[in-house]
Design a protein around this ligand. Structure first.
Ligand code: S3P
Length: 170
């Protein structure tokens, strides 16, 4: 695994992809790219606005295009959005350009970390708990295709970053 080009973090919303990605990149001296932040910067609007003004399929299109661009680069730590790898083509593209690490967390932890979830359009549901459970069930088979899986429920950001770099060296 040492020779793989990029490190890609995938997983459900609020599992720590962005904060862990940033920490890991700092530790390893690599460039960090948060896909959602990069999309927002390019489009000049928030992810929530893209969802509400153009619809989810338009966002998924932007996301897939961003993956295609990322896969031509090396030396990156990439945090994907929670739904990125639900598209099998995105997962295949990401695997072809690096090691894909899935961050997981138990339901209670996700609920806590997600807070009010205002900036996450998919959590704007009448029953947020039910929405999370339904999405988790639907998405688990995709996240589980990652090369490495780490349960972050009882770990700090630093501990998860350390665990990833440790696993990559074996
Ligand atoms: C999404 C997760 C979000 C963002 C968008 C859709 C999803 O990213 O890409 O709101 O489909 O789970 P985070 O996982 O960083 O919240």
């Amino acid at each position: 695994m040492k020779n793989k080009k990029n490190i890609i973090l995938c997983g459900f919303m609020a599992t720590g992809k962005s904060s862990v990605g940033k920490k890991l990149a700092e530790t390893l001296g690599l460039e960090f790219i948060d896909m959602d932040t990069a999309i927002e910067a390019e489009e000049g609007v928030s992810i929530s606005q893209i969802f509400s003004e153009r619809g989810e399929p338009a966002f998924r299109e932007l996301e897939s295009r961003m993956v295609e661009r990322m896969m031509r680069r090396t030396g990156l730590v990439i945090s994907t959005g929670g739904g990125t790898v639900v598209n099998p083509r995105n997962m295949a593209n990401l695997k072809s350009c690096g090691v894909v690490v899935s961050l997981t967390a138990d339901f209670k932890t996700i609920l806590q970390r997600a807070g009010s979830g205002e900036e996450r359009p998919l959590l704007q549901a009448e029953n947020r708990e039910e929405r999370i459970i339904a999405l988790l069930l639907k998405r688990e088979p995709f996240y589980s295709q990652a090369d490495i899986t780490i349960d972050t429920s009882s770990l700090t950001v630093e501990e998860v970053a350390w665990e990833i770099s440790n696993r990559l060296n074996h």
